[in-house]
Design a protein around this ligand. Structure first.
Ligand code: B12
Ligand code: SF4
Ligand code: SF4
Length: 374
């Protein structure tokens, strides 16, 4: 069984993107060497990690509020786990011991619960699927950050994909993620996790412990009212559906102009960023100047640059946008020719369906197309 066969299998099972990282490379380049999130800490026999990406359907980022994206996130994670589980099963059946990592689990012993046993973003980068953005999400050229990802740890030695060297993120001159962030948590290729968690995990662990800290000190006669609070309802709903426990805030995912799904469907609904403030604009300007001047920036230091893209931004998003527009023109012309041949006499510039296929977002010919962003 070789790398191409394994990838084909993953795509057949429903992965949107797949790549392979070598365990030796992941062991040699832990994201934070003080707290190594490496395969050898999980299994000494792991030779390769097969990285499975599942996109978040773009329609939810066109909705009026965040609830659809929160619910879809959960379904996507479940489906992605199943794809990875089935792939691991097929590898096992072929004689190669393999298992799946938990995509959302964190280990309390690694920097107090904020760390997974493996950083799946870094797995994705080492598997050649994208690079890290200003807000430290993994940006794939296909779907930007609107993806979840997981890894299958296998004892099969597979040919790895090398990491991309070109920076996929447009960087400081874009800063749309920074502008959109409701808790102002986006740093310079870094994130203020505590601030982000207030939005991304409204009923997460921090909220639960804070609630019970308060509850202990609440006078006995007020306890019944305290227990019937919005917080308690949030915890109940979180246990039932996981909604609110994590994956709550979609803003940095929604506004990122990387990916054909953005060009096709998000340019118009996400053009304006209501959370943008003069303070955030000034912050982005400071980041831009710091980068231009080569000031020391933790997220861009010699260790971290590997995952940001050592060659810097070379215009991948503009190239992609041009290719996307050319595809749209061709499609419109093909359709026009088809109509003329059929003698339908229909007007030339009609709007056709946007097409999201099982494995990729394809072009649309709707009037709502990319208009020059970024
Ligand atoms: C805990 C967690 C969170 C926490 C902390 C986030 C974080 N950045 O770690 C909180 C609650 C804040 C969070 C929020 C979100 N998360 Co989250 N989260 C995780 C989880 C479970 C573990 C994170 C982890 O281990 N990170 C790895 C470490 C290495 O990250 P880091 O500390 O930021 O990395 C830096 C350090 O190494 C740093 N560094 C720090 N100190 C030092 C010291 C030295 C010496 C050096 C060299 C480097 C260094 O440099 C690195 C690069 O910036 C992962 C799943 C997983 N197992 O990976 C999902 C995951 C990262 N989350 C995800 C998502 C989607 C989100 C949210 C959008 C919420 C949502 N809607 O789901 C937001 C996005 C916030 C953001 N912009 O980052 C996705 C990301 C998908 C993508 N496209 O990238 C993941 C991968 C889940 C998945 N299975 O797909 N998340
Ligand atoms: S998930 Fe929300 S709060 Fe967290 S960094 Fe992204 S925009 Fe900010
Ligand atoms: S919104 Fe812009 S700056 Fe932020 S990650 Fe996407 S491309 Fe990079």
């Amino acid at each position: 069984m070789n790398a191409a066969e394994v990838k084909r299998m993953a795509l057949e099972l429903g992965a949107d993107l797949v790549g392979i990282a070598s365990a030796a490379t992941l062991n040699a380049f832990p994201p934070d060497p003080k707290w190594p999130q490496t395969p050898d800490r999980v299994s000494p026999y792991c030779k390769s990690v097969i990285v499975i990406v599942h996109r978040i359907p773009v329609a939810v980022f066109r909705a009026k509020h965040n609830i659809p994206v929160q619910y879809m996130d959960m379904l996507v994670l479940r489906r992605m786990d199943k794809i990875a589980y089935r792939l691991a099963g097929r590898l096992e059946a072929a004689g190669h011991p393999s298992f799946v990592t938990a995509a959302q689990e964190t280990d309390w012993n690694y920097k107090k619960a904020s760390y997974g046993r493996l950083s799946t973003r870094h797995l994705g980068i080492e598997a050649g699927l994208g690079t890290i953005g200003l807000e430290v999400n993994l940006l794939t050229p296909e779907f930007g950050p609107r993806v979840y990802l997981t890894g299958v740890l296998t004892e099969l030695e597979l040919e790895p994909d090398g990491p991309m060297t070109e920076q996929v993120c447009i960087g400081e001159s874009c800063s749309r993620c920074l502008y959109s962030c409701p808790s102002d948590a986006v740093l310079h290729f870094g994130i203020d996790k505590r601030a982000c968690a207030t939005e991304a995990q409204e009923f997460g662990y921090g909220t639960i412990t804070a609630f019970f800290d308060r509850f202990i000190d609440t006078p006995a006669k007020e306890k019944p009212r305290a227990i019937r609070s919005r917080d308690m309802f949030g915890f109940w709903q979180g246990l039932l559906r996981v909604v609110g426990s994590f994956g709550d805030c979609p803003r940095c995912l929604a506004v990122c102009p990387v990916g054909n799904d953005y060009h096709a469907y998000l340019t118009k609904p996400q053009r304006d960023i209501p959370e943008k403030t003069p303070e955030k604009v000034a912050k982005a300007k400071r980041y831009k100047e710091a980068r231009r001047n080569g000031d020391p920036v933790a997220g861009l230091n010699s260790w971290n640059l590997r995952w940001v893209g050592p060659e810097g931004y070379q215009g991948i998003v503009s190239r992609q946008l041009q290719a996307f527009k050319a595809q749209q023109r061709e499609k419109a012309e093909r359709e026009k020719a088809g109509r003329e041949q059929a003698g339908s006499g229909a007007a030339g510039n009609t709007v056709t369906e946007n097409t999201v296929t099982e494995n990729t977002v394809t072009e649309n010919t709707a009037s709502e197309t990319a208009t020059g962003e970024p």
